[in-house]
Design a protein around this ligand. Structure first.
Ligand code: NAP
Length: 420
């Protein structure tokens, strides 16, 4: 397919076959800079990723960046269209992409581009690892106890986009249908939203979460839900999650009940504990006893709240990375928004996008480059060279611009090691 505005650089395609990602030495990776602060953090992060790959593999490996457009950059180029078909199609073909934040109008206008991308590409798992990096300021006494990976279902729940304004004919029809068929009265001035949660959507998400725990030898997967109130959506998520664990991973998982009834509370070697918590108490426990959690799997809305809440415990969304992953296709993204008041000021923390890039390098199997970045980031923060957000929490620190922070990280990278 010939593209209208996208220039494909020299390089090779990443492919996904039989459940395996094949990554060449010069992979083409899509990049959407994003709106607002997007260009500042994208350009700074790109320099760090490139330096790390160069240092780790001494020129044997190199990413060929392919600029893609969404949001304001697309509207300028594609006659007002914020999400051109060719952007979506390119990501589908080239499998891996990374993006900065995109503007979403509140209470009207076009649908969230992030949500659209997730649904169009069926990126059904939003994966957010949240852990503390040494030196990063935190409101917790011991933030090192936070080390979780959140798997949030990305395509269902109240994010499915089935919503009707209170004064629309559709809402009136639905209210009339409920009154006629079920004798349920909904106020005449109520907007209507639908919350679908399916067996299919739940099981593929929980499958990914358990596989992640298995691959990384993590101790538990917790299903987080509001099933005491929303019994047939959130409650069903819990039931189907346990069902999937038993059906497909019965030999390597045990439930928390079995742990206590059959093993005296002592986790047997080689078994992952599957447990569940109701969402409200889970938020509390995450602050009081975060080390009781490892991998978390949850429906869309709770996952959205939980991701930002846990991120706040270890330094805020300015540093929390994320990815939207389907079967093979993956879009890595900053978890914060466009912070328009800081746009173009070269001021904000590039950490969220930077570490999303580290997740991307790990996804590609380029772990050495990812590790170089993590180590150099920690070193830089420990030297108290930080952007404004950390500076205001770290007395005696030196506040630097986004670009200067990136340079400091690059300067702190150790000598390369060639394990490729
Ligand atoms: P936001 O852009 O995330 O910014 C809220 C605040 O978070 C900022 O004012 C800043 O706090 C802090 N912050 C965000 N990014 C930071 C960074 N890199 N470094 C340091 N601090 C950072 O949230 P918003 O103002 O609610 O949303 C703005 C727009 O972004 C909206 O259009 C929204 O829809 C969109 N959005 C997009 C995404 C996405 O693309 N994935 C996600 C969320 C929101 P202080 O001012 O207190 O320092």
């Amino acid at each position: 397919m010939a593209f209208q505005k996208i220039v494909v650089p020299a390089g090779e395609k990443i492919t996904y076959r039989d459940g395996q990602l094949q990554v060449p030495d010069h992979p083409i990776v899509g990049m959407i800079e994003g709106d607002g602060i997007g260009p500042d953090i994208s350009r700074a992060s790109r320099r760090v990723w490139e330096a790390a790959v160069e240092k780790a593999y001494r020129g044997k490996r190199k990413i060929a960046w392919m600029d893609l457009y969404a949001g304001e950059s697309a509207m300028e180029r594609y006659g007002g269209n914020p999400l051109p078909d060719e952007t979506v199609e390119t990501i589908r073909q080239y499998v891996v992409a990374i993006k900065g934040p995109l503007t979403t109008p509140v209470g009207g206008g076009f649908r969230s581009l992030n949500v659209s991308l997730r649904i169009l590409l069926d990126l059904y798992a939003c994966v957010r690892p949240v852990r503390h990096y040494a030196g990063v300021p935190s409101p917790m006494i011991d933030p090192s106890r936070v080390d979780v990976v959140i798997f949030r279902e990305n395509t269902e729940d109240v994010y499915a986009g089935i919503e009707f304004p209170f004064d629309s004919p559709e809402a009136a029809k639905i209210r009339a249908f409920f009154s006629r068929e079920f004798k349920i009265t909904i106020r005449d001035d109520a907007g209507i939203g639908i919350k679908p949660i399916s067996v299919f959507g739940t099981k593929r998400l929980v499958r990914k979460a358990i596989r992640h725990a298995l691959e990384r030898r993590l101790p538990s997967v917790t299903l987080i839900h509001k099933g005491n109130i929303q019994k047939y959506t959130e409650g069903a998520f819990r039931a189907w999650g346990y069902e999937l664990a038993k059906e497909e991973f019965g030999d390597v998982t045990i439930t928390e009940d079995e742990l206590h009834a059959q093993h005296g509370g002592q986790q047997p070697a080689g078994k992952i504990v599957i447990k569940d918590r109701i969402a409200d108490i889970a938020f509390q426990l995450m602050q009081l006893r975060p080390d009781e959690f490892s991998v978390l799997a949850m429906p869309n809305l709770n996952g959205d709240y939980m991701s930002d809440a846990v991120a706040a415990q270890v330094g805020g969304i300015g540093i929390a990375p994320g990815a939207n992953i389907g079967d093979g296709t993956a879009v890595f993204e900053a978890t914060h928004g466009t912070a328009p008041k800081y746009a173009g000021q070269d001021k904000v923390n590039p950490g969220s996008l930077l570490f999303s890039g580290v997740m991307m390098l790990e996804y590609m199997g380029w772990h050495e480059a990812g590790q170089l970045i993590t180590d150099a980031y920690e070193k830089t923060v420990q030297q108290k060279t930080v952007t404004y957000d950390f500076a205001r929490q770290m007395p005696g620190s030196r506040e630097v611009k986004t670009s200067e922070f990136a340079t400091a990280i690059i300067n702190n990278m150790g000598r390369g090691f060639n394990k490729a």
